[in-house]
Structures are given as C-alpha cells and as structure tokens.
Design a protein around this ligand. Structure first.
Ligand code: NAD
Ligand code: GLY
Length: 372
C-alpha cells in the first residue's frame, strides 16, 4: 500500500467477506499514503476527524490524499463519546451536501472509534452508501472498532443503538499515531486487546501478560504484534459471522456490564475501554459463579486488567437501587432476547459461551463488583 521511504508496512491482515473483503494495513508512518497506492476511486475525498486529532494529523493526510482525488475536503466533529449523536452525524451530511458531494465521494475516518463509527454510519447512509476507509488513530480503534463494519451512534437509552453493518474498503493503522495518545486512552485500548485472549487465544493471553510493560511503554514491536493478532482474531470471527447472528457476540466479552456502566454513568464519564475492562472482570466473576472458571482465573484477569491501568471495581450507578439500575440498563443490550440478558462468559481455556444467567446470581455479581 505504501512505498514512501519513511513509511513501513509491517503486517497486512485480510478480512474475507466475499465481495466486501478488504485489507487491514498495519505499519509505521502509513498516513503518508504513496501516490500510487490503491485506494477506492472517487470524485472527492471527505476526511472526517475531530477537533483533537485534526491539528495532529489532518493536514498530513490531506496532503497524501491529494494525488488520489480531484478534491480533498474535511469536516471536524466535536470530540467525545457524548457527541456520538444525530447532531454530529448531521454535520457530516451538512458537509457532504453543502459541498456538492456525490455518490463517488470516498469518506475517510481519521480518529478513534467515535469518529470511525460515525463516519461509517454516514458512509452507509449518504446516498444509500458510499465507500469509506478507516484510518484509526487510537489503539482501541486499531485493534477493534475500525475492523468489521459495525457503525453506530448512541441513544440516551442505549449505547450504539442506531447504526448499520457497513464494511470499509480498507483499514490503515498507522502505529505512529499511538505516540500522541493520552495514557488513559492507551489503557482503554488495552482492554480490547486483553479481551481477545480469554475468548479465543490463551497463548495471546500469555503474551499480553508478558508484554504489558512494553505495551504501556508503547514499544513499536509489541504494539505491532498486539494490533496484528487482535485484527487476525477479529477478522476470523467476523469472516464467519459478519452480522452477529451468533459467534460474533463473543467479541462483546465485558461489554454487557460495560455498556451499562457507560450509559449509567453518562456517556464519556468512563471511557469505553475502561468500562469494558471492568466489565470483563465482572463477566469473569459471573463465569466463576456459574462454575466455568475458578477463583485463580478471576484473579488472573483482575490482575491483568489492573496492570493495564484500568478500573476493576464497578461504579455505583444508583444509590437507592444499584442492582436494579444495572439490570434495567443491561436489558436494553442488543444481545438481549425477550428481556433476557445474554452474557459473554468464558471457560478459562480460550473459549467464550453466550448465555443467560439467573438474575439472583447476576445481582450478587453486581453487588460484589461494586463493593468498596
Ligand atoms: P475516541 O474515539 O473517543 O478517542 C479517544 C480520545 O482520543 C478522543 O479524545 C480522541 O480525540 C483522542 N485521540 C484519538 N486519536 C488520538 C491520537 N492519535 N493522539 C491523541 N489523541 C487522540 O475513543 P476510542 O476509544 O477510540 O473509541 C471508543 C468508541 O469506539 C466507542 O464509541 C465504542 O462504542 C466504539 N467501538 C466500536 C466498535 C465497533 O466494532 N464499531 C468496537 C469497539 C468500540
Ligand atoms: N466490537 C464488537 C464487534 O465488532 O462485534
């Protein structure tokens, strides 16, 4: 993809989805896309970014896209999970329509998962679908959200409730962008890296434990491997179940509890990855309560999540009825069926199981997880 002297492509992960297949490029300096690189053809490119990422990387990306498109436009969204809304989405449509963009416009998402999810949704719906490319700049987006075609905005009653499955035509992960990521955001990304171990690959779980110090120090070799292995696992799962009719739900390990934390605290109070990190500890505790893993395994996951710089004690969402609040928030989870909450549980051997659990046991897990 990139033949600039300063840019180095270290891995390429294919995602096999028939005529919606694409490549994930992972490397250093990949924002400097070479003039002869293969990108979706179009009459214009619209780069969607936000007010934090744009000052760091927008001009560089626009410059490298200039040889590829007659027009390179941009639109900036307000930064943050609290802005993953209709209003922000409309800013993208405003930019597209006010600048006479047509069906041959290619959207580029330059930013983290919030920008990526909203750009993807805009691409899915503008003129009933235009091509888009993910250029993820957070660890979380590189290992998870930019891959697999889930796009969405939030609703006050539930996270990512309004959206579409719509695949990008390419994902370009420039690992150098991780150098400017705040510490807290790096930890949030590590939550989604950790999740791939217990659900799919125990050897990767071992590797993450052994390399946590290097990952937190942003060692380029460790980061490249974490992004590569995470993308491989995600590509394998999505390749078998693109629209989450079954298997793909395992990628939501920690998310049932985590989404309740995010919505219950108010979007943006806890980062998505922080909520997922804590949610994985809660889901492991539930797995233990149901006899799937032992206490040592719960301790192992707790230590790893804590070692990534993530919270392991769950927040109280409602002082008068905390358990009730968690349960009601989890009932609007997308995995729920006829009001029954489904959890992604783990067996401690690298496999995940998606199933319901008795309310009484879940209630105990919530109470224990929130205890001081
Ligand atoms: P984010 O997009 O809010 O980015 C985190 C913060 O880092 C923001 O303030 C952003 O402006 C800033 N930032 C981004 N890149 C930077 C850089 N290189 N240097 C400095 N600052 C930078 O959050 P996120 O963690 O990337 O993504 C979380 C979102 O992703 C959530 O909305 C979640 O629901 C979604 N998500 C989607 C999927 C999916 O499959 N579509 C999967 C996981 C998560
Ligand atoms: N992040 C969960 C999924 O892509 O399915």
């Amino acid at each position: 993809m990139n033949d600039n002297a300063s840019a180095l492509l270290v891995h390429q992960v294919p995602i096999a989805l028939g005529d919606r297949s694409y490549l994930i490029d992972i490397g250093h300096g990949l924002l400097d896309i070479a003039p002869n690189a293969s990108l979706p053809q179009g009459s214009s490119a619209l780069v969607v970014s936000n007010e934090t990422v744009a000052p760091l990387y927008l001009e560089r990306l626009k410059k490298s896209l200039a040889p590829h498109y007659p027009r390179v436009l941009s639109v900036l969204l307000p930064d943050g999970e609290a802005y993953k809304t209709w209003e922000s989405l409309n800013l993208i449509f405003d930019a597209l329509l006010s600048q006479a963009c047509d069906r041959k416009t290619v959207l580029f998402a330059l930013g983290g998962g919030v920008v990526g999810d909203m750009t993807g949704f805009a691409a899915a719906s503008f003129m009933r679908g235009v091509p888009f490319v993910q250029m993820p700049t957070t660890l979380l987006a590189q290992v998870d959200s930019s891959v697999g075609g889930k796009t969405a905005i939030n609703h006050p009653l539930g996270k990512n409730m309004i959206g579409a499955f719509y695949q990008p035509q390419r994902v370009i992960c420039d690992l150098q962008t991780i150098s400017t990521l705040p510490e807290r955001e790096l930890s949030a990304g590590l939550a989604e890296v950790i999740k791939y171990g217990p659900i799919a690959d125990m050897a990767f779980l071992d590797w993450i434990e052994q390399n946590m110090v290097a990952l937190r120090a942003r060692d380029p070799v460790a980061l490249a491997h974490a992004v590569q292995r995470s993308c491989e696992i995600k590509a394998h799962v999505v390749g078998q179940d693109e629209r989450e009719s079954g298997l793909r739900a395992i990628l939501n390990f920690g998310h049932t509890f985590g989404h309740a934390i995010e919505a219950g605290m108010g979007y943006g109070m806890w980062l998505h990855g922080e909520a997922v990190g804590c949610g994985m500890v809660m889901a492991t505790r539930l797995s233990m309560r149901l006899g799937l893993v032992d206490g040592d395994f719960l301790q192992r996951i707790t230590t790893l999540v804590e070692g990534a710089g993530l919270p392991v004690r769950a927040p109280v969402l409602d002082v008068s009825d905390n358990v009730g609040r968690y349960l009601s928030l989890m009932r609007v989870d997308k995995k729920s069926e006829a009001g029954e909450i489904k959890f992604v549980l783990i067996d401690g051997q690298g496999q995940a199981i998606v199933r319901g659990a008795p309310d009484a046991v879940v209630s105990e897990v919530i109470a224990e997880s929130c205890a001081p």
